[in-house]
Design a binder for this molecule. Structure first.
Ligand code: GDG
Length: 471
């Protein structure tokens, strides 16, 4: 079996489900990445390598909804040391501006190397001669070079979905050089923002000593690596279509009715993660209520906190803190039948998400640091009447494109309070002027355009002998 296009990501884009006849099966998880990559995979005889969840399960490659998938197994130790440990306890906080303190453990690093090697070997075994391999995200930064050592004939792309930190922070990592060299195995290294690509090029020049010029890195063996920004996006048309569907329109009414028909609905939707700034945002809202600027009879805040990384201690602590705060806010400001904050610790089908986006007058997205933040773009895509206000952190990648949002510094609680209040009080004309501009941006730069531009970028670099992949 050999494939002209191999996608390598930590997770496979499928969830295990129980079928009506009681047997177990798979359902493609409807994430943005699948939507983007599916057409490219179909057009190029592609396969996707990743972990399907579960412990110690050796599964044969299989097909789901016409996508070819190659499952990687993970042992309990891999999950603790590679996934929860090095990926989410070391790299995640380090790459997000040290919002939490990263832990450095040598055994976590060993596991990271070990698992990356297994992914690289799998990709090497499935790729056709001169094929293209696209590796995704911070869990797999060593795969590009490992794969190049095994298969110098391949064209290799890497895309980082999260921020890439400035040299001053990256420097802390005891294995900084290995990570840089791992990434340099790729022909094209893609980032969300130009600043991240520049951080990477600067580090390579300083730490590895290679010559660089603008976005190009010249390796001693004659190879050239390009580092550039490819801001990710969403299936904007798909979201809008869903938001317009009769069932979603009906559900929006139900939601507003169930909330007691408040005049304004504020909404936050995030994985329960310390980078997302959920705590500070709720405090800002509560202070506005306490000071009488917002009345609980008039407005409500819905906070969806999607369960995430629950085995990692910092995430458990954060959950307790947020839940204590929500309890206090509702105790202080709620009335019978009128809580100030509706807190939902759960995940929802996409239709329900679209209905919530439609039901919300003010969408509040205030991460301390975020590679992009797709929730902000999804909100915009769903607001086909050009209504709805977006309050957005300057530190989300999305702020580069959504300039007409009410931009805030999430560390500045007073600044956030002012922005929330302005968005809450803004007149319809102002709101729609801003939303129109943001909708133009999101609809013109959707996720298919993102995937196509990365694939085109990839075919422009790397060996000329490599087969071209259709974008
Ligand atoms: C990383 C980077 C970057 C959320 N809850 C539910 C649900 N979601 C969907 C959202 C959105 C996605 O999950 C979350 O994406 P974000 O971009 O907001 O954040 P991360 O998970 O941190 O993603 C980020 C992204 O990668 C892509 O490169 O933008 O910066 O951190 O699409 O809609 N979907 C469903 N039910 C839920 O309950 N169905």
């Amino acid at each position: 079996m050999s494939y002209d296009l191999v996608i390598v990501a930590n997770r496979l884009p499928v969830d295990r489900v129980e079928l009506p006849d009681g047997t177990k099966g798979w359902r493609t998880s409807p994430g943005g990445l699948v939507t983007a990559i599916e057409p490219v995979m179909r057009a190029n005889h592609g396969i996707w390598i990743g972990w399907p969840g579960g412990i110690d399960e050796e599964l044969e490659p299989f097909e789901s909804d016409g996508l070819e998938l190659a499952p990687m197994s993970m042992s309990a130790e891999d999950i603790t040391e590679f996934y929860e440990g090095f990926s989410n306890g070391t790299l995640w906080p380090l790459y997000h501006d040290l919002v939490a303190k990263p832990e450095f453990h040598r055994e976590w690093w060993d596991a990271y190397v070990r698992v990356n090697r297994r992914f690289a070997e799998k990709a090497a075994s499935l790729a056709a001669e001169n094929a293209t391999v696209w590796v995704h995200d911070y869990q797999l930064q060593l795969v590009p070079q490992m794969l190049r050592d095994l298969r110098p004939d391949l064209r290799i792309g890497f895309y980082l979905h999260i921020p890439f930190p400035p040299a001053e922070l990256f420097q802390q990592l005891p294995w900084r050089r290995q990570i840089l060299e791992g990434l340099l195995g790729a022909d094209l290294v893609g980032f969300q923002l130009p600043g991240a690509a520049q951080n990477f090029v600067r580090l390579v020049r300083q730490r590895v000593g290679h010559k660089t010029h603008r976005d190009l890195i010249y390796l001693p063996d004659g190879r050239t690596v390009r580092a550039a920004a490819f801001p990710i996006s969403i299936d904007a048309a798909g979201f809008e279509e869903m938001a317009r569907s009769a069932s979603v329109v009906e559900r929006v009414e139900e939601i507003r009715e169930a909330l007691g028909r408040p005049r304004k609905v504020f909404l936050g939707v995030d994985r329960l993660d310390y980078t997302k700034g959920i705590y500070a945002r709720l405090r800002a809202f509560a202070e506005l209520m306490g000071e009488g600027h917002i009345d609980v009879e008039d407005a409500v805040f819905i906070q969806v906190a999607v369960p995430s990384r629950e085995q990692v201690e910092q995430y458990r602590i954060l959950r307790d803190e947020i839940e204590r705060l929500v309890g206090r806010i509702n105790g202080d400001h709620g009335r019978i039948g009128r809580p100030a904050v509706h807190y939902l610790h759960s995940s929802y089908p996409r239709e329900e998400m679209a209905a919530m986006y439609r039901a919300a007058d003010v969408m509040v997205v205030t991460p301390y640091r975020d590679g992009m933040n797709l929730v902000a773009k999804e909100y915009v895509a769903c607001r086909y009447d050009d209504d709805g206000a977006l309050v957005l952190s300057e530190f989300a990648g999305a702020a580069d494109e959504l300039r007409q949002a009410w931009l805030v510094n999430p560390y500045d609680i007073n600044g956030m309070k002012s922005a929330l209040l302005e968005a809450y009080r803004a007149d319809d004309k102002e709101v729609s002027r801003r939303m129109r501009a943001m909708r133009k941006q999101v609809t013109q730069h959707d996720v298919k355009a993102w995937a196509a531009s990365f694939m085109t970028g990839l075919s422009d670099v790397g060996g000329g002998h490599v087969k071209d992949v259709r974008a």
